[in-house]
Design a protein around this ligand. Structure first.
Ligand code: AMP
Ligand code: MG
Length: 351
């Protein structure tokens, strides 16, 4: 299959034929990759089983890992949910369009192909003009996971999608780099107490404040609780994995630099190519084959935005081992560390 990359201008979406072509492809049951504010999504008509199946085939995704349905109006939640819980309305008013996915009970219109066999469905209204326009213009509710091959870092630019999906899907809409760079927060509203299944840009504190109630985090995604299984099927896979062996090094800044430099020398002595993930403040202290900065330590948004791109770069450079500083920043640090820990297969070196 030939993959077309169609450039779009997010401020002038009615210009040109790209959006029309993409909307037609979706209506015909085909796949379209498109930008959202979190990462690029790989979309298909959510209510057609054979269209949803194509997503799993293109990504090589395990069929028990459900998809998120993207909508462009709040009322569309009522088309796929058995009932719309009052919490959903409150959260939508506060955070939609935006990087929050809600889990509700599904109705009979939603095929099990889309929900990976589950009786619940994940729904989000993305905060990106091209994504909203595509949903509206196609007339479809769009099932879309991240547009990477299963196990690769999520794509934050159209080029990353092309790396993984060239020849596997007909259309990639190129709306430039995304704004956030981490997948949406997932909150499960079918639990007695609303439960975060995946941390993201919208934090537990923000959710609590809007709901005015307790919000818990799935014990299955907290590293210390690794005996428990995560409730979101996707969280159990070793996602976001770079090809190289990645380890996080935690401790006081000076000790971390010293330890990483020593580990790099040891690996290099074995003839291996080694990379380091640093910050603007520490970059110049490292000696390795590749030293890459995620940005200033105080700039959480930059760290989130650059993380996946950096992991992909290391793949390209064919490094054998990567050492990373840890980023337990105040607001989205939990989300950043959750992705990094998974990429590292939970390898942490404490110094
Ligand atoms: P992705 O869009 O690739 O970030 O993947 C979607 C994430 O949402 C995966 O981790 C899924 O396991 C999770 N998810 C989707 N639907 C459900 C659901 N009904 N219940 C729990 N988790 C879900
Ligand atoms: Mg994904």
């Amino acid at each position: 299959m030939q993959t077309k990359i169609l450039k779009i201008d997010n401020d002038h979406l009615d210009d040109g034929s790209a959006m029309r072509e993409a909307a037609e492809a979706l209506r015909a049951g085909e796949l379209v990759a498109f930008p959202t504010e979190t990462v690029y999504g790989l979309g298909a008509d959510a209510l057609r089983p054979e269209a949803a199946r194509k997503i799993y085939a293109a990504k090589g995704r395990p069929s028990d890992n459900p998809l998120i349905i993207h909508i462009c109006k709040f009322e569309q939640l009522g088309l796929i949910a058995r009932e719309v819980p009052p919490e959903a309305k409150k959260l939508a008013e506060a955070f939609w369009p935006g990087p929050l996915t809600m889990i509700v009970w599904k109705n009979e219109k939603v095929p099990y192909e889309t929900t990976g066999g589950m009786d619940t469905v994940a729904v989000r209204m993305p905060g990106h003009p091209a994504a909203l326009k595509l949903i509206e213009q196609s007339g479809c509710l769009i099932a879309a996971p991240s547009a990477n091959l299963s196990g690769r870092p999520s794509p934050t630019e159209a080029e990353h999608v092309a790396e993984d999906m060239d020849g596997r899907i007909p259309i990639i809409l190129d709306g430039g780099p995304v704004g956030i760079g981490l997948e949406s927060t997932i909150i499960d509203l079918t639990e007695k107490t609303p439960m975060i299944l995946r941390p993201g840009y919208i934090t537990q504190a923000m959710l609590r404040e809007v709901l005015g109630t307790e919000v818990v985090t799935d014990p299955g995604i907290i590293a210390a609780d690794s005996a428990k299984k995560p409730k979101a099927p996707g969280m159990k896979y070793r996602h976001y994995a770079p090809k190289a062996d990645l380890a996080l090094v935690e401790g006081e800044a000076g000790a971390v630099i010293e330890a990483i430099n020593r580990l790099v020398r040891e690996k290099q002595a074995e003839g291996l190519k080694v990379g380091v993930i640093a910050t603007d403040e520490t970059k110049s202290f490292y000696r390795a084959d590749y030293v890459v900065t995620v940005g200033a330590r105080s700039d959480e948004d930059a760290i989130a935005k650059h993380l996946y791109k950096i992991l992909r770069e290391f793949d390209e450079w064919k490094v054998d081992a990567i050492y990373s500083e840890s980023f337990s920043t105040p607001r989205i640090g939990q989300a950043i560390m959750n992705r990094l820990m998974k990429a590292a297969g939970h390898q942490v070196i404490n110094v």
